[in-house]
Design a protein. Sequence first.
Length: 341
Amino acid sequence: MEKKNIDWANIGFGYMKTDKRFVSNFKDGKWDDGQLTSDDQVVISECAGVLQYSQSCFEGLKAYQTEDGRIVCFRPDLNAARMADSAKRLEMPVFPEDRFVQAVVDVVKANAAFVPPYGSGATLYLRPYMFASSPVIGVKPADEYQFRIFCTPVGPYFKGGAKPITIKVSDFDRAAPNGTGHIKAGLNYAMSLHAIVTAHEEGFAENMYLDAATRTKVEETGGANFIFITKDGKLVTPKSSSILPSITRRSLEVVAEKYLGMEVEEREVYFDEVKDFAECGLCGTAAVISPVGQIYDHGNMIQFPSGMDEMGPVTKKLYDTLTGIQMGRIEAPEGWVKVIE
Ligand code: PLP
Ligand code: COI
């Protein structure tokens, strides 16, 4: 497969139009067969549910070229399952999970020339999404929906790749205790835009959101879960019913325990104890693991001993093992890697 002529090493996390995307429509109570199309435009009613009441959800996953030339995808079944949870919570029809995985495979195959070469530092990001396409004017779920998957080659989510970032404790809330924080609803991201623009204007890379009810516990950032490393080398991750159950974080918990022999704790993390951790990172499909060097909290800067120059040593081990599994250098647990071709 001849690759596209792209400067792989220097692409950022942005959108680039690729050759094919998958589209399926839900009408009269059922999904059609769906198809790959070259058409990147979406035409819907001016009164479509997604435009009026934001009835939409999405997923994000990556395809990788391995050292031996295969193209693989990381745990797409978990994205399919999470999208089913998102759809149910938003009163949308579930796109069947087996068809979701098949559509991922079809989109990657049809765009194989866009899968960045092994070792380039870039990957192919897939964006499955679903939205209400038929008109609604009273507040209710729409009757018709569209499910699509496009893909785009991407580089690092944060400028500087693996360089530690500085984040701030946000005064805005991301998710209500019984709201939609645990699903991947587009509306969660719309309401985070003002907070992220404000953080960027102030010179911070991301926001740390606290729990909305008490503002004493760590939740997550706008697009990634937290990982913390204690001074005695344990992995600690915040537990909350209003954070997105990150597939990367759940995978890292297994990597830490089974591959690195670490102790793992998934529990409520109080903001007051953050200053005592040795290392901190953000984890997610887009973020992979981005080290956090410092956290700004209303005039006070929490500085982790790992510093601002490089990833902490334990975070680095987690990063190397996870990306080793994803890129086929390290044997993956059963079912984690879906070989596309
Ligand atoms: N948290 C939020 C709010 C996200 O948007 C994402 C990205 O998908 C994550 C966490 C990380 O999840 P995952 O590891 O499944 O990509
Ligand atoms: C992902 O990691 O796939 C996400 O959806 C995060 C997004 C904010 C880019």
